[in-house]
Design a protein around this ligand. Structure first.
Ligand code: SF4
Length: 363
């Protein structure tokens, strides 16, 4: 797998999807030494079920552990430090990781309790937990979701879990963006496995999950976060830590040279019950057998339009889903609505493309 590759897999069998994606990425070849100390860094920000949109689904951890053990990698630790307001041990139980780690006999490092050292992170002093610093290969497993301060959070910001609590507080006083970018110059980010199953609309702690049923793989954390911006209807420039990280040579935001590798096609799925905030956006949609990745992209785009004050009751409903294939209509999203008077190509289209299309065509 090259630095500019993006692997995408859709579905609901998350553990098997994870293993399939890791095989395609040839993760074992990337690690390339069974003696290496491998760290898995999920997002356990708070004691919250992954279905709420904040924390990494346990199936991604299980799939990764099975893959690594089957390829004879045994020196594995799962590590995380929850945010300052929560205990990591509570998050471990709320997500079911305690049972998973016991089943595979894998140690967990609570980084809230770890020792640390200070490093020079390209001109900024940053404290990093010792167990994270000791890893030879870091598999970052963030959730793609919104964030109330930074708009999005994924690969780069997930690494805030590998610093001590005192440093997390200091990051907030420094405005988050600059320290997050500099932190990523000293922490490893060898492979990024993104939980894009049902990340939150706009809040790190969850509560308004947007179902997309997708898992993504990257080697470049900056490319990952640029792709996340597109998925949620933003540009990388809207999230300063991403462009700062690019300036620090951590990776590239250049999606025009990214190579998207689709391991399967999205399929129509029954939508999970929605929270009231998501329902408010969904009332602009007429859905018939829509795939989650398509529907979720549209929800994110509608949220961007809502922020701009664009939404109002007189707008025609947006058609989406495989049930509209070959049918006509006013305005539709995705290639299934190709026969509509106005239709946006893509399968699924990104929220950024939907946002631009609707700004121009939805009156
Ligand atoms: S365009 Fe149609 S098939 Fe493609 S993701 Fe959207 S609903 Fe699914």
């Amino acid at each position: 797998m090259n630095r500019n590759d993006i692997l995408l897999i859709h579905g609901t069998n998350y553990k098997e999807m994870t293993k399939h994606l890791l095989e395609k990425a040839d993760l074992a070849g990337l690690i390339n030494d069974s003696h290496k100390r491998i760290a898995l860094k999920p997002n356990l920000v708070a004691p919250s079920s992954p279905s709420e949109g904040a924390t990494t689904h346990g199936e991604l951890i299980e799939g990764t552990l099975e893959y690594l053990l089957e390829h004879h990698f045994c020196n594995i630790t799962v590590m995380e430090g929850s945010w300052v307001g929560a205990k990591t041990s509570d998050a471990l139980r709320a997500t079911g990781y305690d049972r998973i780690l016991k089943k595979y006999n894998i140690p967990f490092a609570d980084l809230q309790k770890d020792t640390w050292h200070e490093y020079d992170a390209c001109g900024m002093k940053i404290r990093l937990c010792d167990k994270a610093a000791a890893a030879d290969f870091m598999i970052n497993i963030p959730v793609l979701k919104g964030h109330c301060q930074t708009a999005v959070t994924c690969a780069l910001k997930n690494q805030k879990g590998v610093i001590p609590n005192s440093e997390k507080r200091r990051f907030h006083t420094l405005g988050l963006h600059r320290p997050i970018a500099h932190l990523n110059t000293i922490v490893r980010n060898d492979f990024i496995l993104v939980d894009n199953i049902c990340g939150d609309l706009d809040f790190e702690e969850g509560g308004n999950p947007v179902e997309m049923n997708r898992i993504l793989g990257f080697r470049d954390p900056v490319l990952c976060d640029a792709f996340v911006c597109k998925t949620m209807g933003y540009a990388p420039e809207d999230v300063p830590y991403i462009t700062l990280a690019e300036n620090l040579k951590i990776g590239s935001t250049d999606l025009s040279h990214a190579n998207c590798i689709y391991l399967n096609h999205p399929e129509a799925e029954q939508q999970l019950p929605q929270t009231r905030r998501v329902q408010k956006l969904a009332k602009y949609i007429s859905s018939s057998d829509a795939c989650s990745a398509c529907y979720g992209s549209l929800i994110y785009a509608l949220d961007r339009l809502n922020e701009k004050g664009f939404l109002h009751a007189a707008l025609p409903k947006l058609g989406i889903g495989q049930g509209f294939r070959g049918k006509d209509g006013k305005i539709g999203i995705g290639q299934c609505t190709a026969c509509f008077h106005k239709s946006l190509k893509g399968c699924p289209p990104s929220a950024a493309d939907i946002y631009k299309f609707l700004l121009k065509n939805w009156r």
